[in-house]
Ligand binder design. Structure first.
Ligand SMILES: *[C@@H]1O[C@H](CO)[C@@H](O)[C@H](O)[C@H]1NC(C)=O
Ligand SMILES: *[C@@H]1O[C@H](CO)[C@@H](O)[C@H](O)[C@H]1NC(C)=O
Ligand SMILES: *[C@@H]1O[C@H](CO)[C@@H](O)[C@H](O)[C@H]1NC(C)=O
Ligand SMILES: *[C@@H]1O[C@H](CO)[C@@H](O)[C@H](O)[C@H]1NC(C)=O
Ligand SMILES: [Zn+2]
Length: 299
């Protein structure tokens, strides 16, 4: 499949003015998403993932889930920048694949949901066929898929074009100057670690995992569902993200605002739920790819 092949058909062409956005969950957010996913993999999927991991991952997917952020500014990988996010029209609180999934130069399918379809398809079509016409690097496909599944759950990764998903909205996070996108990538998680988890990410991950398994998140069994009988279903995740961006991220966070306890304490549960959903859905997707007989995550 060439990069220009349409991943979804029937997209109408629209002309809009675009400015790129940037970034993703920070290192901790990606680690958490992938660590949660690893817990819910089937045996077959876990073995397949391990066989594709590079040596320096030390057998753990979570150790390499930030790889796409580490390489994206190098010359060879610069083209992957727009795969980390989606920009929707300003003040439009919904997402539409055909309207929104393109890069700033309007190349179709070049956005985070397009990339999830792309790398899922590469893994699904190539893993069991040792001699396809085009050989994809399945290690890269696995790391991109695992990273982008995290990104699509960060609400401001599906944000407005004009403010680059909150990157140009400068606020104060307590006493520190920060942009709103960074607050959602890193600062809410950092503050939570210090305030509630003794500065230990594994405590936070365990608390999220407990909530996934003990029913504290009330709709877990449906999170991994993929209604179209496809391997991946990222479109609803992007719709949820822009919805949460409007309701919680952008709300009461105009330029110059100081965000403190009220914003932090009311938004932290959203962040924790999105990390949980990213993990469960990554596991469900990898299970569908690598465990074809069972189409449902074992949760
Ligand atoms: C799909 O993956 C291939 C291999 O990395 C890449 O060349 C292509 O640009 C990707 N397309 C999208 C939409 O992610
Ligand atoms: C696959 O990609 C990884 C990461 O870019 C690279 O280290 C590895 O050498 C590649 N494998 C092959 C067979 O090209
Ligand atoms: C776990 O669920 C409880 C009860 O709903 C909630 O108060 C707490 O914030 C949740 N913690 C995490 C890490 O999701
Ligand atoms: C998700 O899948 C489970 C298991 O098949 C099923 O019980 C549930 O009704 C599905 N939920 C939705 C929202 O489709
Ligand atoms: Zn990213």
């Amino acid at each position: 499949m060439g990069s220009s092949e349409l991943l979804r058909v029937g997209c109408a062409f629209l002309v809009l003015q675009l400015i790129p956005g940037t970034a993703g969950w920070g290192k901790d957010g990606h680690y958490a998403t992938c660590k949660i996913a690893e817990e819910f993999l089937t045996e077959e999927a876990s073995a397949a993932v391990k066989s594709l991991l590079p040596d320096y991952a030390d057998g753990q997917l979570a150790n390499v889930c930030s790889w796409p952020d580490e390489i994206r500014h190098s010359y060879r990988w610069r083209w992957t920048g727009p795969l980390h996010y989606i920009d929707v029209p300003d003040f439009v609180c919904n997402y539409n694949y055909c309207r929104d999934c393109h890069d700033p130069a309007r190349h179709k399918d070049v956005c985070v949901t397009g990339a999830i379809y792309n790398y899922t398809r590469q893994l699904g079509s190539t893993y069991y066929d040792p001699s396809p016409e085009i050989k994809y690097n399945l290690t890269e496909a696995l790391l991109f898929l695992s990273h982008f599944m995290g990104d699509v759950h960060q609400p401001l990764h599906v944000g407005f074009t004009g403010d680059e998903g909150g990157n140009t909205i400068i606020v104060r996070w307590y006493h520190r100057k920060a942009n709103l996108h960074h607050v959602w990538d890193n600062m809410i998680i950092d503050s939570a670690l210090k305030t509630f988890y003794a500065s230990d990410l594994s405590n936070m991950i365990q608390a999220i995992q407990r909530n996934i398994t003990d029913g504290s998140f009330n709709d877990v069994p449906s999170w991994g569902n993929c209604t179209l009988a496809e391997l991946a279903c990222p479109d609803p995740y992007a719709s949820e993200s822009i919805n949460l961006a409007c309701k919680f991220a952008y709300k009461n966070a105009t330029p110059g605002t100081t965000l403190g306890d009220e914003y932090f304490l009311s938004r932290l549960p959203i962040v924790e739920k999105r990390l949980a959903q990213g993990g469960v859905r990554l596991a469900a997707t990898l299970n569908r790819i690598f465990t074809p007989k069972s189409s449902i995550a074992q949760i």
